[in-house]
Each structure stands twice: as structure tokens, then as C-alpha cells.
Design a protein around this ligand. Structure first.
Ligand code: SAM
Length: 247
């Protein structure tokens, strides 16, 4: 997949792009990250990209001309790219949206700075996402979140192809508790079932734990989770504060 990033700070991405799993995915050509420096699209001798808000108010606003020129520059080279504005006003970015983006083939992430974008820029984008209900100083950290969450869903990027299916949120539930060696750590023991070698019982325990954990920590996720009648009843009991069999 290709990710174009329109940004005033391309240097933000350079270190992380050389590191870890994503660095390998880039080297192997599974993910291509094209950093599009917004500055050369700026206006006048000083390549200005921001200006005072009409109507007054604090801070500067990103001018439409440079941002739209940069978007059109990308679209000329990659007509099918999906242009996504990063903004706290966008639809919430979540695992489902990451999956949607991973299937898109090409994304263009547009990073804002200052007090955000001139409203007319929105007309030139296909989508808007927010990485959370807080305000960052710029879109670069948000773009990085989108790149990481999306790229790891592309086949071959993670070594173990099964792991994205298992983990938190992929089935609408949080992941079950994980343990590794030693079997006992400072008096805390690994649940016996995980040492039993009985795959059916382990899978059932993990599923039950995922339901219990989600009900306790993120009950908001339950409504859309794919649960059996029995699992829904288990979740309801946890929500009512009843003691349930933890297995
Ligand atoms: N005044 C803007 C508003 O209230 O919507 C916020 C501007 S913010 C200081 C500057 C830039 O950071 C935004 O244009 C956006 O690109 C990025 N940004 C900040 N918070 C974000 C979030 N939660 N999700 C995605 N992008 C965000």
C-alpha cells in the first residue's frame, strides 16, 4: 500500500520509518510512505502556508491554496488515492477504520498545524478522521497512529499472520490476558488451563476472559460485539456487578 503524507514537517517521520516492523515493511516494499513537503506549495517568496483568521481570533489558519495544490499534486500522480484530513472534528479512527484503510490501496493523510484548516479545504478531501477526543499540536502524530494501525493489517507486514485476528478489538472485544514464562512470578501464577495443553479449553477460557474483560473495562464495545446469547448473559452479569466464574 502507498501512504502519501502532506505535512509541513516531513522530518517528523524519518526516524520512525527506519525502525522496527514498519521499517522492514518499507524496505520490503509492502508499504510505501511518500512524504509530501507542504512548504514548496506555500505562497510568495516566503512560501507562506498560513494566515490570520477572518473574523479575528487567536492563532493562524492553514491557507487553502497550498494545501489543495499539494492534494492535487498527489492526485495527479495517484488518481485512486483516498485523501484523509486529520482533524479532531473527524470520525473516530478505530480498528474498523484501520481495516477499511488497509484495503484502500492508497491513502493520503493531510496534517494540519496552527489552528487548523481553512474550511474550504474539506471540499477537496474524501474523508476526515480524529485519533481521539483531545487536541494535538499537529496532524503528524495522528498520521503516525493511522499509518501504524493500518500498515500492520496489510498481509505480510507482521511476521505471524494470525496475530491481528486474535488481538484486542479485532472481534469487537478486548484481548484475553496473556502470560509468558515463568509460570509463577512473585507469587502470581499463570492460570492452570493455559498449561494444560488442551486447545479447546484454552480457546474457551480466552473467549470467556475477553467477554469479562470487555464488560469490565469497555462496556461501550459490547453493543457491537458479536456475542452468543450465553456470552451476552455473562456480560450482563458482569455489568450488574455479580460474581462470575473466572475459569
Ligand atoms: N482548532 C482546531 C480544532 O479545534 O478543530 C484544532 C487544531 S490542532 C491545534 C492542529 C492540527 O492538529 C489539526 O489541524 C489536525 O491536523 C491535528 N490534530 C489535532 N488533534 C487531532 C486529533 N485528535 N485527531 C487528528 N488530528 C488532530
Amino acid at each position: 500500500m502507498t501512504v502519501h503524507v502532506v505535512t509541513l514537517f516531513p522530518g517528523f517521520f524519518r526516524g520512525p520509518l527506519d525502525e522496527g516492523i514498519l521499517g522492514r515493511a518499507v524496505t520490503e516494499g509492502r508499504v510505501r510512505v511518500d512524504l509530501v513537503d507542504l512548504r514548496p506549495f506555500g505562497e510568495g517568496r516566503h512560501r507562506v502556508t498560513d494566515d490570520y483568521p477572518f473574523g479575528g481570533g487567536a492563532g493562524m489558519v492553514m491557507k487553502p491554496g497550498p494545501v489543495v495544490d499539494a492534494i492535487e499534486h498527489v492526485r495527479r500522480a495517484d488518481a485512486d488515492t483516498r485523501v484523509v484530513l486529520l482533524t479532531p472534528q473527524g470520525r473516530p479512527f478505530c480498528q474498523e477504520v484501520a481495516r477499511e484503510f488497509a484495503g484502500a490501496g492508497s491513502l493520503t493523510l493531510v496534517c494540519g498545524r496552527y489552528e487548523g484548516f481553512d474550511e474550504r479545504i474539506r471540499a477537496f478531501c474524501d474523508d476526515e478522521v480524529s485519533v481521539g477526543d483531545y487536541v494535538l499540536m499537529g496532524g503528524e502524530a495522528a498520521a503516525w497512529v493511522v499509518i501504524e494501525a493500518t500498515a500492520r493489517l496489510i498481509p505480510g507486514v507482521l511476521g505471524d499472520a494470525a496475530s491481528p485476528e486474535d488481538e484486542s478489538l479485532s472481534a469487537g472485544l478486548l484481548e484475553y490476558p496473556q502470560y509468558t514464562r515463568p509460570r509463577e512470578f512473585r507469587g502470581l501464577r499463570v492460570p492452570d488451563v493455559l498449561l494444560s495443553g488442551h486447545h479447546g479449553e484454552i480457546a474457551a477460557w480466552r473467549r470467556r476472559q475477553a467477554v469479562i474483560r470487555t464488560a469490565r473495562r469497555r462496556p461501550d464495545l459490547l453493543e457491537r460485539a458479536d456475542l452468543s446469547g450465553e456470552e451476552r448473559e455473562l456480560a450482563r452479569r458482569v455489568l450488574r456487578g455479580e460474581t462470575v466464574d473466572e475459569g
